[in-house]
Structure formats: structure tokens, C-alpha cells
Design a protein around this ligand. Structure first.
Ligand SMILES: CC(=O)SCCNC(=O)CCNC(=O)[C@H](O)C(C)(C)COP(=O)(O)OP(=O)(O)OC[C@H]1O[C@@H](n2cnc3c(N)ncnc32)[C@H](O)[C@@H]1OP(=O)(O)O
Length: 457
């Protein structure tokens, strides 16, 4: 292998042998070697890390020969007394623990050891995603780390914190940096987001102090918002106190997880549920809970669909005759080709005529994209998939809801309300996860039905 000799030496030295079965209750502390492993890994360059982790996963995993031998033993004692059988099964179980898992357990006891493991999994996810490393053992290690992290970061160990203007600067700064949905531009922005008619909640973990693991921004309103500029861009509200009578609805307008290594640990689901409870205590009469969500990949999907139809020569399968004619009247040349070009930047939104003509077809196609397009059985759109997993319904899509460059380029400015009907959320979530059945409102279902009759997708 091209790995430098010191990689092998370090692994040999720092990955302790699996304690013998009889000593399994009292594994010797491996503080020094765990520290050395952490320091060595941190010192590795980006190109060496995939190699190192691939070696760790491959050479310090499970002893397959021992597993097979102990499995044979379990089969032998099937008809023996229960005590003997359970003992044989426990030995088999113990032999299935990969050797590197003992190292991970030692590392998490170090100062900042948990953070190191979270970052290590983030590296593995990245290597697997961009294929700089991809082996069955590395995939197995990712699964083992995800299970460990899901235990360490389960709801019982998480602290809910509300961020206010009185929170510390380093927390406010991190909240600003971690905002992945509607970027925070300056202090005025962040002050607005923690000011009147706003709430900002994070989860923290004692093993990673002062680190917001996931951030949820909420707007307190008296209706279900259909425009994000009204929430994030409006000048700071002159009101310094909140009129409770104007607060009947919670709008989740941004949720971002900050630790890549915790992907799949579902912190977002926990945080939304926890915040709903928190808000119900503060506002017992609150009756509506909904997101105002981006649709990050709709433009990309529509462009793909249009170019596919153009290639197939079936350009009249997207729009109605009337829409097609109206488009033809204001676009010279072949409609779909020209439309592809027109929609490749945000200029179209400056033409009132185009905005008027495009609203009906784009809204119809967007409803279909959210409800009909699937990936691995679930909604293709990752944000839709997230909220549907939480038990929300696709309640409404809103035209020109986000006229920022980012909103226009990702979804022609359309945004979705995923609504949480609290009494149905659990049932919807179970149903979605089991059957991928999507709950949607009448507005969405009628747009989908129209799309199915008009556009052959
Ligand atoms: C109000 C709003 O709706 S804002 C829009 C949602 N937020 C964003 O897109 C910001 C970027 N995304 C994130 O920070 C996270 O993915 C979150 C907060 C959405 C979800 O994180 P977690 O709760 O830790 O959930 P987890 O990582 O288990 O993923 C759950 C689902 O989120 C969905 N998801 C949404 N956005 C993303 C994303 N950018 N990357 C990965 N998954 C995403 C995935 O479909 C995933 O489902 P899957 O596990 O079946 O693939």
C-alpha cells in the first residue's frame, strides 16, 4: 500500500486489541494511545485521511474467523440448557464488535473527544459522497458511528436553549454563520431574528459546550406567511413588545443543522417537536404551526424536464394550448428552447407579462414536483422529505414568495408551507415513512390533477 509506514505504526500502536471476553467488563483505559490517535489524525492532510480511515476500517474491524467459529459453537449448543446457549450467544455478540469501536469508546471520554468523533463521521460522509474512499468496511464504520451518535445525541442528552439579543456574542455569531437557508447579512439582521415576534431555538450538548447543534428560527404571526421577505427583510419592527393577541401562528422559516457528522441523527425532528411544546406553554391559544420552506431544486428539475421534452421533440406536452400561444406571442422562436434560456437567469421576473403568463404553469409543475417526483420512494425534494418525515402535510405553495436572487434561481421564487396539524403529525409521519404516502391539501391535489391531465411528465 502507498500509506506511509507511520500510518501503520500509529494504527498498530493506538488501536488497542479487543479485550479478552473475560476482561470485557474492565477494559484497560487507553487514554495515552487515544490521544495519540487523535493528534495523528488531526495532523493528516486531506489526501491522507481517506486512506487512513480505510485502513482503520479494513484492518481493525471484525475478526471474521472468530465470528464464524463462535457461530459454529452457538449452533452446536442449540439443544443444550439455556444458560449455555446464552453464554455462547453472548460470546458471538462480543466478537461482532469491530476492534475500532473500542478505540471510539475511549476517544469519546477525552476532552472534546465527542466533537472529534462527530467531525470524523463528517469526514467519512464526505469521502463516501465524493468517492475519495468507498469500501464496505468504511460504510459499516459510518453505520456504527451513526448508531453511536444517535445514542449520545438522543433527546435526553440535548439542552434546548432560546437565543435572544442578551445571548453571548459567540453564540449569536455562530447562529449567523450556521444559517444555511436565508443568509444573515449583518447585526441588524440577526437582531431582527431574535427580536419581537421572533424566536430562535437551538439544541446544545454538554459534551460540545457552546456549540449550537441545530438552529430553528420561528416567526410569530396571526396567519400562515406566504412571503419570506416580509419575515427576514422587513425593517426592524418599531414595536419593542409583543401584542399576544396578534400571535396565533408559528412559522418555522429556517432550520439548519451545523454538524455534518450528525446527519441522519434527526435532530431537526426533535427540535421542531420540542419547540412546538415550548411555544404552546408560552402561547396556550396558538393554533397554527407551519413552515415557510424553500424548494431548493425545483428550477434544476424543471430545466431537466424541459430539455428532455425538447430532445424528445414533444415540446407541446408541458403547457396548455392557450399558455403555449401566450408564450409564443411574447417569445420569438421555439417556445421551450427560448424558455430554457429565459429561465436560466432571473431576468424574466422583471417582465410583468411573463410573470403573469408563467404563474399558472409553474405553480402547477411545482405542485407536481413536490407531490409526484420521488427519490428512494420519498419526495424528491429534500426539504419536502424532511417535513413529511416529521408528519407535516404539503399545505400550500406560494407564487413570488421569495424574490431574492437565491429564491428566484432555486425555485422561480415559489415557496412551500409544510403545515403541522399536531393531532395528525405522528400518524402522517408513520404513514409516510412506511408507505411514502404524501398528505397534501386540496390546493396541492387539484394542481397535481391539472398537471397530470395537461403535462405528460
Ligand atoms: C423552514 C425550512 O423548511 S428550511 C429548509 C430546511 N433546511 C435546510 O435545507 C438547511 C440544510 N439542511 C439541514 O440543515 C438539515 O438537513 C436539516 C436541518 C433540514 C435536517 O437535518 P436533521 O434533522 O439532522 O435530519 P437528517 O440529517 O436526519 O436528515 C433528515 C432529512 O432531512 C432532509 N434534508 C433536507 N435538507 C437537507 C440537506 N441540505 N442535506 C441533507 N438532508 C437534507 C433529507 O431528505 C433527510 O432525509 P433522509 O435522511 O431520508 O435523506
Amino acid at each position: 500500500s502507498t500509506a506511509g509506514p507511520d500510518m501503520d505504526d500509529v494504527l498498530r500502536r493506538t488501536v488497542a486489541a479487543v479485550p479478552p471476553y473475560e476482561m470485557r467488563e474492565k477494559p484497560a483505559l487507553q487514554e495515552a494511545s487515544s490521544r495519540e490517535f487523535v493528534q495523528f489524525y488531526r495532523g493528516l492532510g486531506a489526501a491522507e485521511r481517506p486512506l487512513f480511515l480505510t485502513k482503520l476500517a479494513a484492518d481493525y474491524g471484525t475478526d471474521h474467523g472468530l465470528v464464524s467459529e463462535l457461530y459454529g459453537r452457538v449452533r452446536e449448543v442449540q439443544s443444550r440448557d439455556l444458560g449455555t446457549l446464552l453464554q455462547a450467544e453472548d460470546r458471538l455478540r462480543y466478537s461482532l464488535t469491530p476492534r475500532y469501536k473500542f478505540l471510539i469508546s475511549h476517544i469519546c471520554r477525552l476532552e472534546e473527544g465527542v466533537k472529534f468523533i462527530v467531525d470524523l463521521r463528517a469526514d467519512i460522509l464526505q469521502f463516501l459522497q465524493n468517492k475519495t474512499a468507498d469500501s464496505p468496511q468504511l460504510r459499516e464504520m459510518n453505520g456504527i458511528l451513526k448508531t453511536l451518535l444517535s445514542d449520545w445525541f438522543s433527546i435526553g442528552f440535548l439542552n434546548l436553549e432560546r437565543i435572544t439579543w442578551q445571548s453571548s456574542c459567540d453564540l449569536l455569531q455562530k447562529i449567523s454563520e450556521y444559517e444555511a437557508v436565508h443568509p444573515v447579512r449583518n447585526w441588524a439582521d440577526i437582531k431582527r431574528r431574535v427580536g419581537p415576534y421572533r424566536r430562535c431555538y437551538v439544541f446544545t450538548h454538554n459534551a460540545m459546550p457552546r456549540e449550537p447543534l441545530i438552529v430553528l428560527h420561528v416567526a410569530l404571526t396571526d396567519n400562515i406567511s406566504n412571503n419570506i421577505q416580509a419575515i427576514v427583510r422587513k425593517d426592524p419592527s418599531l414595536e419593542t413588545t409583543e401584542d399576544v393577541n396578534k400571535i396565533t401562528t408559528a412559522i418555522f422559516y429556517s432550520i439548519s443543522s451545523s454538524q455534518r457528522g450528525l446527519q441522519g441523527v434527526e435532530l431537526g425532528t426533535y427540535l421542531i417537536k420540542r419547540v412546538v411544546k415550548e411555544l404552546q406553554v408560552e402561547f396556550p391559544h396558538m393554533s397554527q404551526f407551519s413552515s415557510l420552506s424553500p424548494i431548493p431544486d425545483f428550477t434544476k428539475w424543471l430545466r431537466g424536464t424541459l430539455s428532455f421534452k425538447i430532445k424528445e421533440g414533444k415540446s407541446n406536452q408541458i403547457f396548455t394550448e392557450l399558455e403555449y400561444k401566450e408564450l409564443q406571442d411574447i417569445i420569438e422562436g421555439p417556445v421551450l428552447e427560448k424558455l430554457q434560456h429565459l429561465l436560466s437567469n432571473n431576468e424574466w421576473v422583471k417582465s410583468d407579462k411573463l410573470v403573469r403568463i408563467l404563474e399558472t404553469p409553474l405553480m402547477r409543475l411545482c405542485a407536481w414536483y413536490l407531490y409526484g417526483e420521488k427519490h428512494r420512494g420519498g419526495a424528491l425534494d429534500p426539504v419536502a422529505n424532511f417535513h413529511l418525515q416529521n408528519g407535516a402535510v404539503i399545505w400550500r405553495i406560494n407564487w413570488l414568495a421569495d424574490t431574492s436572487p437565491r429564491g428566484l434561481s432555486s425555485s422561480f421564487g415559489i415557496m412551500a408551507n409544510y403545515r403541522y396539524f399536531l393531532e395528525d403529525a405522528n400518524r402522517n409521519s408513520v404513514q409516510y415513512l412506511r408507505t411514502r404516502q404524501i398528505e397534501a391539501s386540496k390546493q396541492i391535489l387539484s394542481l397535481v390533477a391539472q398537471c397530470q391531465t395537461i403535462s405528460k411528465l
